[in-house]
Design a protein around this ligand. Structure first.
Ligand code: FAD
Length: 577
């Protein structure tokens, strides 16, 4: 008997055809028609203010996926609908006579709230919803249940929970054919399109106003400028063509080629030890650079995992083991996802997060700021330090090189992230980790709310890690990995000709050395003021002095306790910060 299933397959965190349990579940319905769709979501357009680089990576993934769909069925493609799913899908259910909605499960805090709205609407419309986990090695909710309902805060907790949940399923092959899409009448749908209000989850009043303006301006028309549901362009999203500067391009095809290249070097893949990979390596990077593909679901983590195991089994010597191995890296990713699945929105902040240590930093969290209930130790220069860190003008070449690479490329090595995150928080500026996490959220191609927050907590010693007396020196660590200064020279061209002896500490260069290198060390001209050509700023503080102050501050914060009463203990004078 022919199936009467009329299925919307909603692509979100899974821009791929290979190893997709949700897509497989959709095909198992043997649908009479299947619409592969992607919807715009104001949350991502206006709330998480991503830089053009990440949007370009998304568009690459969408275009590649659309071409792969068309290769399997010339009548089909990825149909991009320019409206919030909360308002759009209920209209499509009736206009297209939909029987099933299928998607990959997403345990991010915002996504859960959004999907609850969709589930309720589907129930009202009599549409059956089918979901599968496929974004992580294990279903994060299953990990949380196996961890007694608690967030996984250590690798051993994660591994124990994973053992209870069961073996990581082997990857599924990509489909070899896809059903036709059904008709896509929009008259009824577009009727109401200009009159609805954006979903309440999208943010404050001015952002909602911008969303409405966008609709009125016409660029949010449901089917796009050509009326054909084409993948959007950067221009349609409001970015100048030159805004995307990254050399890293997205798409499932590139992801699978990259994975093949990584795994073809069996010795590399089997003996990978993260702490021994260089943060100063570029062209090529010393790690896989697969994180942005994992973020957009252009690569399945389970395929990556099983291919890494296969490399280990083919290797003749002793392979490396978690947490340092490639499989261990993917376990970290699952650890943060499962922590977030238990903590919800609190994962991204200190307020209301039972796992995160309170530290009275120099600058408050934005969350506390809004609530007006923060205790900080003010420092007159903290805001300027923060701006200089974000812009890559601290006067510490290693930090500046990394922050400029992050802004330009949208990706930096894990130990580079360690360096700049430690420097901003407990090993230099003493600024709230949430402020740094915001900058990363804007600039990273691979920005993953769970991994970003979790790693910032790790680096600021507010959760996951507590050895606050071990700081990364922006000089000694740089000299270890970038001995000749090639990495700094690439990203901080002002220092191109400086001798390698002083390239990581230009304040030690003699006047003659600076003159010969054609660079002048000058006082920072102020936030927002361009540095004059041929100049580089004097370092913004003495690192050794700041390190001492930071460690003393963290020591005090640890004495006060995880959520101790800092107001009473510190009363603003107890600590000489
Ligand atoms: P590889 O070393 O090749 O590792 C393979 C994969 O394992 C990665 O692609 C990634 O998916 C996963 N992985 C590796 N290390 C970690 C880790 N520590 N935590 C979680 N997953 C990991 N990673 C993100 O994916 N998104 C983020 O937003 C993010 N923010 C970070 C913020 C800070 C302050 C720090 C210190 C780290 C952050 N990381 C984040 C983790 C890590 O730096 C990147 O995943 C990694 O550098 C990506 O490069 P790669 O693909 O070459 O990694």
């Amino acid at each position: 008997m022919a199936s009467k299933a009329r299925v919307i397959y909603w692509f979100r965190t899974d821009l791929r055809l290979h190893d997709s349990p949700a897509l497989q579940a959709a095909l198992d319905l043997q649908p009479e028609c299947l619409w592969p769709i992607f919807t715009w979501d104001p949350h991502y357009v206006y709330r998480v203010q991503g830089a053009a680089n990440r949007w370009q990576f998304l568009l690459d993934c969408q275009n590649d996926l659309s071409a792969s769909i068309t290769a399997l069925n010339p009548a089909s493609r990825l149909f991009v609908l320019r409206e919030a799913p909360q308002t759009l899908l209920p209209k499509l259910f009736s206009a297209w006579n939909v029987t099933h909605l299928v998607f990959e499960r997403d345990t991010d805090a915002y996504a859960r709230a959004r999907d609850a709205t969709i589930l309720a609407a589907a129930a009202r419309a009599g549409v059956t919803v089918v979901t599968r986990s496929g974004r992580t090695l294990w279903d994060p909710d299953a990990l949380v249940r196996a961890n007694a309902g608690k967030p996984t805060m250590t690798m051993s907790q994660l591994q124990a929970a994973g053992r209870k949940v069961g073996p990581i399923p082997p990857p599924l092959p990509a489909p070899t054919s896809l059903p036709d899409p059904g008709a896509m009448p929009l008259e009824h749908v577009e009727d109401t399109h200009h009159h609805h209000h954006p979903p309440e989850t999208t943010a404050g009043p001015d952002l909602n106003a911008r969303w409405r303006e966008g609709q009125d301006a016409g660029y949010a028309r449901l089917a796009g400028p050509q009326g054909d549901f084409a993948v959007e362009t950067l221009a349609e999203l409001g970015f100048a063509p030159a805004a995307a500067t990254t050399p890293h391009r997205g798409g499932e095809t590139v992801a699978l080629q990259r994975l093949d290249t990584v795994m073809a070097d069996v010795a590399y893949a089997a003996t990978f030890r993260k702490p021994q990979t260089s943060p100063a390596a570029f062209a090529p990077a010393s790690t896989t650079l697969l994180s942005p593909f994992l973020h957009f679901g252009a690569l399945s983590p389970r395929l990556f995992y099983h291919r890494a195991l296969e490399a280990c089994s083919r290797f003749r010597g002793a392979p490396s083991a978690p947490p340092e191995s490639l499989t261990g890296q993917l376990l970290f990713r699952d650890m943060y996802f499962a922590a977030q699945a238990a903590l919800g929105a609190a994962m991204a902040q200190t307020v209301g997060n039972p796992q995160v240590r309170y530290v009275p930093w120099h600058l408050p969290s934005k969350v506390e700021y809004v609530g007006g209930a923060s205790y900080t130790i003010d420092h007159p220069q903290a805001e300027e330090w923060f701006q200089r860190w974000a812009a890559g003008t601290t006067g510490f070449p290693w930090i500046d090189a990394l922050m400029r690479q992050l802004r330009h490329d949208g990706w930096i090595h894990h130990l580079g992230r360690h360096s700049v995150a430690c420097f901003l928080t407990r090993g230099g500026c003493y600024i709230h980790w949430e402020r740094g996490a915001d900058v990363f959220a804007e600039l990273l191609l691979d920005h993953e709310p769970a991994c970003n927050s979790g790693n910032w907590q790790w680096l600021s010693c507010t959760a996951f890690f507590s050895q606050y007396y071990r700081c990364y020196s922006p000089v000694a660590f740089a000299q270890k990995w970038d001995r000749d200064g090639a990495f700094v020279r690439k990203w901080v061209p002002e220092l191109q000709r400086l001798d390698k002896k002083v390239i990581h500490e230009p304040w030690k260069a003699s006047p003659a050395e600076l003159r010969n290198a054609g660079v002048a060390l000058v006082d920072f001209p102020g936030v927002g003021v361009d540095m004059a050509p041929g100049t580089y700023p004097v370092r913004m503080f003495d690192f050794d002095e700041r390190r001492r102050i930071c460690i003393a501050g963290l020591k005090k914060a640890y004495e006060v306790g995880l959520h101790g009463d800092h107001d009473k203990v510190l009363d603003g004078t107890a600590l000489d910060l």
